[in-house]
Design a protein around this ligand. Sequence first.
Ligand code: TK8
Length: 344
Amino acid sequence: MKQGILSILMVSLLLVVVACGNDGSTSTTGDDGGSEQEQYTIRIAGGAVGPEHSLTRTFHFLKEQLEENSDGRFQVDLSVAGELGEDREIIEAMQMGEVHLASPSPAALGGFNKGVAILDMPFLFTSRDIAYEVLDGEPGKMILEGLDGAGLKGLGYFENGFRNVTNDTKPIESIEDFQGLSIRTMQNQTHIRAWELLGANPTPMAFGELYTALQQGTVDGQENPFGLIVANKFFEVQDYLTVTNHVYAPNVIITNSAFYEELPSDLQQVFDEAVSEAIEHNRELAQQEEIDARAELEEQGMEVYEFSQEDLQQMQDITLEVYDEFKDDIGEEVVDLFLEASLE
Ligand code: TK8
């Protein structure tokens, strides 16, 4: 008799453990009727950007929103500053259901949806307002939907910012000064080609390896927004900064489709609202960060050069070729839609 009761208890315990699986939930009744007591663990991977960067601060804000607005039914486990590895590793962990929220650079998502490459093409967005309008509009939504096939759900865009060039070899005051410089790029074919066209030696490399590569002189320079140059302390190993704003870099906010679909609808609403609030908050942080970070880089002793309008136009004209060369790869419809929308 006693043995019988024990085995029934063992079996029901086993069922509980199995049901918990990788969806982050901690109790079993799946339907909305009994869901108010359910708790869901959301594992957020904040990427390899520094702890003070606007993206990291945004994820702390998002954690608070999710936990507070769900009355504790969402429990957020936030890992930042590269604790869960690089963008690509984070995406793979998400596909396996081990990570539930992240915002990698488009470069890392190119392998999952070819259209994503349009997002950080050279001089696509010449102002934030245009970037926000296009990314929050049909073109941006189309790219997010394109991630469905990879078990990922695109939620929106955070801001990395406008990319600028640093190096430790010489002042870059005009296009000619790019000649022969080895510039680290993201692992992104369009960026590699753009720097080749500008006469530099592009060296694709994971972000986490960049500081050491700059320190050891493996590469002469790199290009990132002011905020990242400060947050990841590149000013310690780079002397010259040239303001080009040659790419507006968004970060793509993603979740695991299965995790999201299994959330009760009221928690899906809390989740969506928290992400929308975080996008607004992030843009405020990123805009202020750009101003503060540029001042910080001058205070840290970097020599700052501004490209003239002529040089910027020349840089834009030279890199325009990348649009033709990658049109078929990215998708003609995608390229045309984004170019039309960004010129309106
Ligand atoms: C951070 C990177 C970074 C990007 C780069 O993980 O690689 O230069 O700008 O934001 O995604």
